[in-house]
Ligand binder design. Structure first.
Ligand code: SF4
Length: 162
């Protein structure tokens, strides 16, 4: 059976981002995988009941998703709300869906406090990046799913072909 790929809903053109927009990834491989029935789409944050639009959120204190999973860091909104519980729920939903559907890979948009896998923001809402994973990406990696950012789609294509 062909291996499936969990994919961020906003990359698939769904307007689910905090700002009510999508960020579609236009690549021929996406169309091919879609036609092959390989793609499993999820917006982890929406699956946890978060609304669209919603306040921007970052992992506080320059921490990363692994620390949120370990209970040593929080996710906060620009407006001051603590959304750590929602982000943990979102990550659980993504891992559960990946397991149910047999996804070995994930293709997630970079920079998000949920889906980021190469970089995230440092918690100051000033646009400063730091290397690291969001909460969902960290949970998927811990569950043995190979995670690729949208900037790494060529690497995913090679990985699937190998
Ligand atoms: Fe996109 Fe992931 Fe954010 Fe949902 S949680 S809007 S899929 S980056």
């Amino acid at each position: 059976m062909q291996s499936k790929i969990l994919v961020s809903a906003c990359l698939m053109g769904h307007a689910v981002r905090y700002d009510g927009r999508a960020k579609p990834l236009l690549h021929p491989a996406i169309e091919r995988w879609r036609a092959e029935g390989r793609l499993v789409t999820i917006c982890p944050e929406m699956s946890a009941g978060m609304p669209v639009p919603r306040p921007p959120a970052e992992i506080a204190d320059a921490a990363a998703g692994e620390e949120v999973l370990a209970g040593t860091a929080r996710v906060v909104e620009l407006t001051g709300g603590d959304v750590t519980g929602e982000f943990l729920h979102a990550a659980e939903n993504a891992v559960a869906l990946a397991r149910q559907t047999g996804c070995r890979y994930a293709l997630l948009i970079d920079g998000s406090p949920s889906c980021g896998s190469g970089f995230i923001y440092d918690g100051t809402f000033s646009g400063r990046r730091r290397p690291g994973s969001g909460v969902t990406a960290a949970a998927l990696k811990a569950a043995g799913i190979e995670v690729f950012s949208d900037r790494e789609i060529e690497r995913l294509i090679e990985r699937i072909a190998s």
